[in-house]
Design a protein around this ligand. Structure first.
Ligand SMILES: [Zn+2]
Length: 745
């Protein structure tokens, strides 16, 4: 009874003092994020792994397609075998018709997001007004079932509902046959064009980059039912896995690069090309030219009207893309991974020379090696990089990558960007092409994770290149909060000028912080690898990533996920005050103590309110009183009062007042610079903010006297304002302020 009463008095006093200090509402920054994410179930476990009842649909494709160069059209017939592995019976299915995104009258983000300006470029004006008309979008000739009976369809923008003649029962499969054609888009006509054709007036030839090109099954899963987010270009992919057999008919003098293994190379390659390809399969050190510059230039002049069919087979992929042109040079080499040997290959017009020949295949090799080590071995037979004028886009086994020299010359910056793009797009083979998250919904899940490994590849293989670090995100994080959105924002709801920072850079530096500063490399790398392996060839959701990273590290990261992914708070810690104390020693060193301190401050004096500017006043001398017996209560053992005083004798005690201005709770990295010039850095875990999310006053004992203290000295946690990070205050401008001023100009 007594003890309980005493306790409650103590507790009451404690809380009063906390409340006084805090004066701001508690926001529960360390509370579980359970209410922000979907609860676990039999499909997705609480540990973040696929559950016992996890299922996903599958779609196999048999496609015959013809590229018509005279009018830039493509027409095809495909048979889809759709496996209903869900527990549900389906009376209709949805098919993606992504070419409809450019169709006139469709939802068009291009017109919504721009203003008319005097003197604006014709290109921008074209994006806005569609001054030059273009007959974009699919013509669907028929949709039939396996008996050849027509199926009723309804098109909603980029999606087509196919009503089945017979309900597709759980566990059964059905076949759909679709015949279609469309005008291949001119890449220069549309905003954010990543596929389509590029015409080269110099030699009157075209490079065709075919992506989003055939009607594909939409995703049906346990979290969404049918994926119902339309294709609007930012949220690129949400697709099911399956096996593909594709026959691509093109002009006879074209070279075709495609997802999959070329299964009729004897029919489509010349004897010389085949011989070179076979030697490339044994070349592990450098690429072998399969089509040389001279041969490509000779091809440019042919303009054959005959046709040739290239056949490809791809297993366990969620999409297929190809490129075709008579302009292509082609180089290839083998890359040996512990469990697979893949052919790294590049296709480029002569306009990409010489840098493409020098760098492209090499970049593929670097990406394959670093990503495989970080996750799982690249499983496919080929990995292709095709040159384009601008932007990069990824597909399984093949990517179209921007970057070209001008008159054979390329600046260092442009070359870095080009190599970086290739590594990034090759990296997308892992995220989302294999670890198949839903990009319609969560662009950050593949862009963020991929950019994280992309920049790790740069760090390991191209150390001189510019890279993202936590410092990179500072200007964005300190931006206008009325415009900023959290990372957990649906892909197409983000602003055009912010998605790069929010969906690529912010998740990347968040993962860098977890790896380098919060969890530690070894434990983090294992958890990241665990996530990739748990979800390869499956559809993970954000919760599955969050849960796996906690589960595989035994670290509660809810505070980090909550702040970094669900809010727009930023890190700004202020070192508001530092108090320096020394314990007054009654017996010895009186002279010494007088030398460093003006006078012993009486213990009765209220010194806790004083704010000092620097250390020039010397330490405040304090006495340490014996602990009264009553404080021990029933305990028989007592602290040795003198031993405590002796331990502290001569040492410097610092009490820091650190305020959380930005709102984001983070570990606190403190750099101590001692008067003798030596330094020491220590990090307090984020959990120091648990009880007071706004202000903490941690205490430290140092043998040496301190000349200066800095918070987040290496921008490890992206503290946005370094002006308030030091004691004594730093006078120089922070990088952030310099950036802000530059922006204003
Ligand atoms: Zn990307």
């Amino acid at each position: 009874m007594m003890i309980r009463l005493l306790l409650s008095v103590l507790v009451a006093a404690y809380f009063t003092s906390i409340l006084n200090a805090q004066n701001q509402t508690w926001q529960g920054k360390f509370e579980p994020i359970d209410r922000l994410i979907a609860p676990p179930n039999t499909y997705r476990t609480a540990s973040g792994a696929p559950g016992k009842a996890y299922w996903q649909q599958r779609a196999d494709y048999h496609i015959m397609v013809t590229l018509n160069e005279t009018n830039n059209t493509i027409s095809g017939e495909e048979t889809i075998t759709y496996y209903n592995n869900s527990p549900d019976d389906l009376s209709y299915v949805w098919v993606q018709l992504e070419q409809n995104v450019n169709k006139k009258g469709n939802e068009d983000f291009g017109t919504i997001n721009n203003n008319i300006e005097d003197g604006m470029s014709t290109r921008k004006m074209q994006f806005l007004t569609r001054a030059i008309d273009f007959p974009a979008g699919y013509s669907i000739k028929y949709v039939k079932d396996s008996d050849g009976k027509p199926l009723k369809t309804l098109v909603n923008n980029t999606m087509m509902k196919v009503k089945l003649n017979k309900t597709l029962k759980s566990g059964e499969s059905a076949q759909l046959s679709i015949s279609w054609s469309y005008h291949i888009t001119d890449r220069s006509l549309f905003l954010l064009s990543r596929e389509g054709y590029e015409y080269f007036p110099g030699d009157d030839n075209t490079v065709y980059l075919m992506g989003h090109w055939f009607p594909r099954m939409a995703v049906y899963n346990d979290t969404e039912g049918w994926q119902n987010q339309q294709f609007q270009k930012l949220g690129e992919f949400a697709l099911e896995f399956g096996n593909y057999h594709v026959e691509i008919t093109v002009p006879e003098d074209h070279i075709v690069a495609s997802t999959g293994k070329l299964i009729n190379r004897e029919d489509v390659l010349t004897k010389t090309q085949l011989k070179r390809f076979k030697s490339a399969e044994k070349s592990f050190n450098k690429p072998v030219m399969i089509v040389t510059e001279e041969e490509a230039i000779a091809n440019e002049k042919q303009k054959s009207t005959k046709q040739k069919t290239w056949k490809f087979k791809a297993e366990n992929v969620r999409d297929i893309a190809f490129a075709s042109s008579r302009k292509f040079l082609w180089d290839a080499q083998a890359v040996k991974l512990p469990t697979n040997t893949a052919m790294a290959m590049s296709f480029y017009p002569k306009e990409g020379l010489p840098v493409w020949q020098e760098e492209s295949t090499k970049a593929i090799k670097h990406a394959l090696e670093v990503y495989s080590e970080a996750t799982f071995d690249y499983p496919y037979p080929v990995c292709i990089s095709v040159n384009t004028s601008n932007i990069g886009i990824e597909f399984p086994m093949i990517s179209f990558n921007g970057g070209r020299p001008k008159n054979g010359k390329i600046t260092d910056v442009a070359k870095q960007r080009m190599v970086s793009t290739i590594i990034h797009e090759v990296g997308h083979n892992w995220f989302p092409m294999i670890v198949s998250s839903d990009e319609r919904k969560w662009m950050w899940m593949d862009e963020g994770l991929n950019t994280f490994l992309h920049h790790r590849t740069l760090a390991e293989r191209y150390p001189s290149f510019n890279r993202y670090t936590p410092k990179t995100i500072i200007p964005f994080m300190s931006g206008d909060k009325s415009i900023l959105r959290p990372i957990m924002t649906t892909s197409d709801n983000e602003l055009f000028n912010q998605f790069g920072m929010n969906f690529y850079v912010k998740p990347t530096v968040g993962l860098q912080m977890l790896r380098n500063s919060i969890i530690g490399k070894e434990l983090f790398d294992e958890a990241f690898r665990e996530y990739a392996n748990r979800w390869k060839y499956k559809h993970p959701n954000p919760a599955d990533l969050f849960r796996t990273l906690e589960d595989a590290t035994a670290t509660d990261l809810d505070w980090f996920f909550r702040g970094w992914f669900f809010t727009t708070d930023h890190v700004d810690m202020e070192l508001s005050n530092v108090k320096w104390f020394k314990v007054f020693e009654e017996e010895s060193n009186i002279e010494d103590q007088k030398g460093t301190s003006k006078s012993k401050i009486a213990t009765t004096e209220k010194s806790s309110e004083t704010v000092t500017e620097d250390f020039s006043n010397g330490p405040e001398m304090i006495t340490v009183a014996n602990t009264p017996d009553k404080n021990y209560g029933q305990f028989l053992s007592r602290l040795d009062n003198d031993a405590v005083r002796k331990e502290l004798a001569g040492k410097n005690i610092y009490e820091l007042t650190i305020k959380n201005i930005g709102g984001l709770v983070m570990p606190v990295t403190i750099e101590w610079i001692f008067t003798d010039g030596t330094t020491e850095t220590e990090t307090l875990p984020a959990q120091v903010w648990r009880r007071n999310e706004y202000e903490i006053t941690p205490t430290f004992v140092k043998n040496k006297a301190v000349a200066k203290i800095n918070l987040d000295p290496n921008f490890e946690f992206a503290d946005t304002n370094s002006m308030n990070n030091s004691f004594p205050k730093t006078e120089s401008k922070s990088d952030f302020d310099t950036f802000k001023n530059r922006k204003k100009e």
